[in-house]
Design a protein around this ligand. Structure first.
Ligand code: ADP
Ligand code: MG
Length: 252
């Protein structure tokens, strides 16, 4: 039996009086690709944000690799900034709206984390950044600023930038939702390449066909709970839950 690289137990999060995550449990094995699907407002982004602590959970336990944190509401004793930073660095995040630094070239965007956070020598960070830009097919755009790149190119730079921190896992929050349809494929192809390389990933996506093709596990969220999860042949191909069926019917 393989040990999970991500383990989430009893995760809870409320905003004001709204319970957004209600006892979420999720295990992801090393090298697995998980597609997280579900209606808008079901808690998908909040779940991803909790995994790298952009949002601090109210309760539950999150383990990524060999690091584990337990949350107990007001009684939570948050670890040191250094431990939090280490924990955050274990998960790379890619957002819908790229969030590149606009005043930096593609190369500088990818080098920034390794140089300023990991304190890598500039030469070494640049070599790594060029390798990663090559991996996402953008070595020839290294010296372009974001406003001279297409949406698909920006998102590929954002993926390279996240990879530069050498995270144990990658989290994608609707990475293709803001793209013109003709640019979606180039980003999905990069994600497929990462899957082939064995990267562990959680993808929030509305690309149901893509999810069916690349995911090892599909998780359907609804109203802050995991309503159904399992292999894509079941959750997408033959959903057992009425809510999953109703959700998927929109994509046919
Ligand atoms: P999804 O990504 O599935 O669309 P979200 O996780 O973004 O869902 O949101 C789930 C619910 O939590 C929504 O009702 C949303 O309005 C609410 N929510 C998310 N973030 C915040 C926040 N920072 N403050 C208050 N409410 C929030
Ligand atoms: Mg979302």
């Amino acid at each position: 039996m393989s040990t999970p690289i991500i383990s989430i137990k009893g995760l809870r999060k409320s905003f004001a009086n709204q319970e957004v995550l209600k006892d979420i449990n999720l295990q992801v094995d090393r090298g697995q690709v998980v597609a997280l699907i579900g209606p808008s407002g079901s808690g998908k982004s909040t779940l991803l944000r909790c995994i790298n602590l952009l949002t601090i959970p109210d309760g539950g336990q999150i383990t990524v690799g060999d690091q584990s944190l337990t949350f107990q509401g007001a009684h939570t004793r948050l670890p040191s900034e250094r431990k939090l930073a280490n924990f955050r660095a274990s998960a790379g995040m890619v957002f819908q709206h790229f969030n590149l630094f606009p005043h930096m070239t593609a190369l500088q965007n990818v080098m920034e984390g390794p140089v300023t956070v990991l304190r890598r020598p500039k030469k070494e960070a640049e070599a790594l950044a060029r390798d990663l830009l090559k991996k996402v097919g953008l070595l020839d755009r290294a010296d372009y600023f974001p406003d001279k790149l297409s949406g698909g190119q920006k998102q590929r730079v954002a993926i390279a930038r996240a990879l530069a921190m050498q995270p144990a896992v990658m989290l994608f929050d609707e990475a293709t939702s803001a793209l013109d349809p003709e640019l979606v494929g180039e980003v999905l192809n990069v994600i497929k390449g990462l899957a082939r390389d064995g990267m562990t990933m959680i993808l929030v996506t509305h690309e149901i066909g893509f999810a069916k093709e690349v995911a090892d596990q599909v998780v359907f969220m609804r109203d802050g709970v995991v309503a159904e999860s399992g292999p894509p042949e079941v959750v997408i191909g033959n959903p057992q839950n009425e809510a999953t069926r109703a959700f998927l019917a929109r994509f046919n």
